[in-house]
Design a protein around this ligand. Structure first.
Ligand SMILES: [Zn+2]
Length: 291
């Protein structure tokens, strides 16, 4: 996954926000940190309940600053924060072409940690979407954690799969899917799992079309992904499957507690989106047995 070096990405509206405090990495390594990370990987709409409600910090510190030196595709190829910010342009364009009256979420690159209406965002909590403020939060150092603790390569396309998954939750929010299929607990065919698998499918749909969005000069932001890069994104989907997480944290595999779906399900729905597009992503129409 490569940005075209001369693509203009300076129009992105991503913000950088945070206290600059390193909350993970060396500091809280070990079982506790892994458990926190595992619990909150790609948590999306369930994030606030996991953290027991939201907290906001008062004053103007929530506004954030622009991502600096993020003007071209070459910048996006070089740095994680600019890559995420630049990708948001392409993802927004994809959804604006797909969903009537689409409005972009606010992408925030978390620097250390920051408060949100859905709790504290940091690399230990993983990327998430906060519905009440329509915000996507990603701390890029999270990808390093994914590499260290799970052996995932967390390469560029895997990172963008994670980002696009969170944008998938935003789409679900604004088109009313979250309201139509409210949280009904856990389990392999729960609404929660269907919601997550649909976000994986939406992410795949964008990856399948990622070379089609263009900047103001008509230059595509991104080149089409290679097979190796797609493999890497599928690998990331496998790593974050509930069964894999339960196994690697030393527990038994219990489908009744699943919130996001198995490794196989997550890979399958990513590939479904990739190969067949958004229209194939109705995970709520599929019987539980073939989900
Ligand atoms: Zn999710």
């Amino acid at each position: 996954m490569t940005f075209n070096d001369n693509a203009r990405v300076g129009g992105n509206t991503a913000k950088r926000r945070g206290a600059g405090v390193a909350v993970a990495g060396g500091g809280i390594a070990g079982i506790g940190a892994i458990a926190v990370l595992l619990l909150s990987l790609f948590t999306g709409q369930d994030f606030s309940s996991l953290l027991g409600g939201g907290s906001t910090i008062p004053g103007g510190s929530q506004t954030g600053t622009e991502i600096e030196n993020c003007e071209t595709g070459a910048d996006a190829n070089e740095r994680d924060d600019c890559r995420l910010a630049a990708a948001s342009l392409a993802i927004d364009q994809f959804w604006a072409d797909t969903v009537q009256d689409y409005r972009p979420p606010q992408l925030t690159i978390v620097d250390g940690q920051t408060s949100t209406q859905c709790g504290t965002a940091s690399n230990a909590t993983g990327p998430f979407y906060c519905p009440p403020e329509e915000g996507v939060y990603v701390d890029p150092t999270f990808f390093g954690l994914l590499r260290q603790q799970f052996g995932a390569t967390a390469g560029p396309l895997a990172q963008l799969y994670v980002l696009a998954h969170e944008y998938g939750h935003h789409v679900q929010n604004i088109i009313g899917i979250m309201d139509r299929y409210p949280n009904d607990g856990t389990g392999p065919d729960s609404n929660g799992v269907r919601t997550e698998l649909q976000a994986d499918c939406f992410a795949g749909a964008w990856v399948g079309a990622m070379s089609q969005q263009v900047d103001e000069n008509g230059t595509p932001f991104l080149q089409a992904p290679t097979d190796v890069e797609i493999r890497d994104a599928i690998d990331a989907a496998q790593i974050v499957g509930d069964d894999h997480i339960q196994q690697s944290s030393g527990g038994t595999v219990n489908p009744e507690t699943w919130t996001h779906g198995s490794s196989e399900q997550r890979q399958q729905w990513f590939v479904t989106g990739l190969e067949q597009g958004v229209s194939a992503c109705d995970t709520f129409a599929v019987p539980g047995s073939s989900l």
